[in-house]
Design a binder for this molecule. Structure first.
Ligand SMILES: [Zn+2]
Ligand SMILES: [Zn+2]
Length: 399
């Protein structure tokens, strides 16, 4: 097939696939129809594939020559969001929407499979395609790493269509890219009582308020000012029942209080430092106010770290395909997180951000918003980047 014909075909195919997945979104771990459709499309291309766990699909394209093994990863899950974008291809499933762009990633990786099949002669090694489930739940990458399926990979590329980057551009950074979120929950237990006799009770609201204020200053006082750390408390409540109506508790000293939040860091040392400090703080609150406490603390995923050598090859590929101006210089690292980080711990990996913002074409809303959408040209760009990067990597890295 002539290159121009292939280009046209890929463009149409990518958009039609994306719209199919957009209309039929499935939540993390439940992507059964999505996985079936991916397999059907791979069958049409004659590419072998296998299921890993319930809904991860891994396929292999063997090049004409022997060489290294490069992985390409797309996540395939949607979110529990009711779509309000108003587009003609809006989600048909109530309360579920592709609001992060994973429909675009899936379509782009299938398109890349088409390109790579057409250009098998140029592949000096093996390309593994990872269609990964449950990214939003932080479960899919762990399952694939745990299965041993990527043990023999020499490198891995992931892409995310990103609305903070202009359409037509890619951001490819080196080193730290996305943060590691820690989830913490603190429960306090005191003794409930009458609002008129607080001395007979042990209040938990004042110690909770103290914790809230102290947690905020912990970031400014205990972390290196050069380290990138952000702390957010997402929810608090007090009393026996979290559902009580307004005006029902004004006269009760609360015997229970609760908060939950997240801290995001870029390295394990900062996470460990936080764990020590929050533990110390909670113990201090116990002593000071005579309450009992319980602390839950969990690192959800590690930080995304881009291998500098892969990032170099990625930039070269991007410039080769679309010129120097296609490299976004502005994005930098961000505090969002991605379970792609699980792969980074295992094998040299790189996450590239493909621009989805095009304000003249469509109003841009943030990822996870019910009106989220992106410029569909990003699918085509992601597809060619996936494919060309794999070819370049295998050629450059040799046997
Ligand atoms: Zn997301
Ligand atoms: Zn995402």
């Amino acid at each position: 097939m002539l290159d121009s014909e292939l280009k046209k075909e890929i463009k149409e195919y990518g958009v039609s696939m994306r719209r199919h997945f957009h209309q039929n979104p499935e939540l993390g771990g439940q992507e059964f129809e999505t996985a079936k459709r991916i397999e059907a499309e791979l069958d049409l291309l004659g590419i072998e594939h296998e299921r890993v766990g319930d809904t991860n699909v891994i396929s292999t394209i063997q090049g004409k020559r022997d060489g290294k093994i490069i992985g390409l990863r797309a996540d395939i899950d949607a979110l529990p969001v009711q779509e309000e974008s108003g587009v003609a291809y809006q989600s048909k499933i109530p309360g579920i929407m592709h609001a992060c762009g994973h429909d675009g990633h899936t379509a782009a990786l299938l398109s890349a499979a088409k390109i790579l099949t057409a250009r098998k002669d140029e592949i000096a090694g093996t390309v593994k395609l990872l269609f990964q489930s449950a990214e939003e739940l932080g479960l899919g990458a762990k399952a694939i790493v745990g299965s041993g399926e990527i043990d023999n990979l020499d490198g891995l590329l992931g892409i995310h269509i990103w609305n903070d980057v202009d359409s037509g551009k890619l951001y490819i950074g080196s080193g730290e890219q996305m943060a590691s979120p820690v989830e913490f929950r603190i429960s306090l237990e005191g003794k409930g009582g009458h609002g008129s006799a607080s001395h007979q009770a042990t209040d938990t609201i004042v110690p909770l308020a103290s914790l809230i204020m102290n947690l905020q200053s912990l970031v400014s006082m205990e972390f290196n000012p050069m380290s990138d750390v952000v702390l957010t408390i997402g929810r608090i409540f007090s009393g026996e029942n979290e559902e009580v109506r307004l005006g029902e508790c004004y006269n009760i000293v609360s015997g229970r209080a609760y908060l939950e939040g997240t801290l995001r860091t870029f390295n394990d040392e900062d996470t460990e430092r936080f764990r020590e400090k929050i533990l110390r703080m909670v113990k201090g609150i116990e002593m000071l106010y005579g309450v009992k406490s319980e602390l839950f603390f969990e690192t959800r995923v590690p930080a995304v770290y881009n291998d500098p050598e892969l990032a170099n090859i990625g930039c070269e590929t991007c410039v080769e395909l679309w010129g120097e101006a296609s490299l976004d210089k502005e994005l930098g690292k961000c505090m969002a997180s991605e379970d792609f980080a699980e792969y980074c711990k295992k094998t040299p990996s790189m996450m590239a951000f493909v621009g989805g913002r095009y304000e003249e074409k469509l109003k841009c809303y943030p990822h996870h918003n019910s009106r989220f959408n992106f410029d569909e040209d990003a699918i085509d760009q992601a597809a060619w980047f996936y494919a060309q990067f794999a070819i370049d990597y295998l050629n450059k890295k040799g046997r």
